[in-house]
Design a binder for this molecule. Structure first.
Ligand code: ACO
Length: 328
């Protein structure tokens, strides 16, 4: 068998809080609209100059401390982000430098909002091939760097943050066994959630003024429908494959995009809201990092006890989606 264990978890969110009342001053919106349509009350926003690698560093240090490991012991660094510091160098290499280490396998990957769960599976594959590997997985986003603050349909939704996990082939104190995962994508629906401008298909020229396509654009209701349907089916599939039922799930930790999506998924899976981990009210949608933040925060607060079965579910641009089943 190819077992993999999460040996440490951590997260980092920037200090600056932007409340719905703050947004009322920027766009025509209300706390009431944002709260009832999304469940978001406030979100964190990176300080000027604070990039994804800086948030990743905070999360990575917390995960290493939780694992009782030194940065030196790491063999691989994976950073999932759709808001890298630069096109080049890769954010994973910037993170390596900030951790004060060298000579590791370091790379960036992008599965949009599904990054953390895709990353767990990538890490699992790495430790299956290299049983001595200690993989640092970070999901880090400064989504507000690609947020159009003039578009009320999107700007109220996003926040910045990072999460991290250390994955190895052997268990440790308080570790979680990655039982199984299922990951999918459907590129035919990619146009429904985009950040296009500035890429090779729509390059910027010197002196260009950025247009709306430089920022996150989304067909909200379409994304909503697909998110619910796909997260439910992939959760059912991973549970069935493991011979487990939703009754046995101690916590469902879904991507934090919209409280109504979370409610709909939980209801269809017959998991009561008390057994869902919710951070969206405080952090908004921080894309790839959201599920990892919720997992690390819940575990850090002592909510997730040894023996607990935890189901992670994600959905994002691409479309990409997936679920991962963990046993603490
Ligand atoms: N404040 C006030 N009114 C608003 C706001 C706002 N912030 N935003 C939109 N409205 C208005 C619209 O203009 C519209 O008015 P109109 O009918 O006069 O045109 C009305 O509210 C309803 O708009 P809808 O878009 O239909 O609202 P909906 O209930 O669908 O909620 C939302 C929008 C929150 C975006 C929802 O569709 C959603 O959460 N979608 C899924 C998002 C998601 O899951 N994303 C996943 C990944 S995101 C990522 O990966 C980066």
């Amino acid at each position: 068998t190819h077992d993999a264990y999460i040996r440490g978890l951590g997260f980092y969110v920037p200090e600056t809080v932007v409340t719905n009342a703050d947004l009322e001053k920027i766009v025509e919106t209300t706390d009431e609209w944002i709260t009832t349509r999304t469940g978001i009350k406030e979100r964190r926003v990176a300080a000027p100059g604070q990039a994804s690698s800086d948030l990743a560093l905070g999360a990575a240090k917390a995960a290493l401390a939780d694992a009782g490991m030194q940065a030196d012991e790491l063999t691989h660094i994976l950073v999932y982000t759709l808001t890298p510091d630069f096109y080049c160098p890769p954010t994973a290499c910037l993170l390596e430098e900030k951790l004060g280490i060298r000579g590791k396998f370091a790379q960036d990957l992008n599965a949009a909002c599904s990054g953390f769960v895709y990353g767990l599976e990538t890490a699992r594959a790495i430790v299956a091939l290299h049983p001595e590997a200690k993989v640092l997985l970070c999901a880090a986003e400064v989504l507000t760097s690609r947020t159009n603050w003039a578009d009320r349909r999107t700007c109220v939704l996003f926040g910045d943050g990072a999460s991290a996990a250390v994955i190895a082939a052997t268990p440790g104190r308080g570790s979680a066994h990655i039982i199984d995962a299922r990951l999918y994508s459907d590129g035919s629906l990619g146009h429904l959630l985009t950040v296009k401008g500035g890429g090779s298909a729509a390059p910027l020229k010197l002196g260009d003024v950025v247009g709306p396509n430089f920022f996150v654009e989304m067909a909200g209701q379409e994304v909503f429908k697909h998110a619910v349907r796909n997260m439910v089916s992939v959760c059912e599939e991973v549970l069935a494959a493991a011979g487990a039922t939703t009754d046995e799930v101690a916590f469902l930790i879904p991507h934090q995009a919209n409280m109504r999506i979370i409610d709909a998924v939980a209801k269809k899976l017959s998991i009561p809201t008390e057994r869902c981990v919710i951070t969206i009210d405080r952090y908004g949608n921080s894309s790839a990092s959201s599920v990892g933040i919720a997992l690390a925060e819940a575990r850090g607060a002592g909510r997730i006890q040894p023996g607990a079965l935890v189901l992670l579910a994600v959905f994002g641009g691409g479309f990409t989606w997936g679920a991962s089943l963990l046993r603490f």
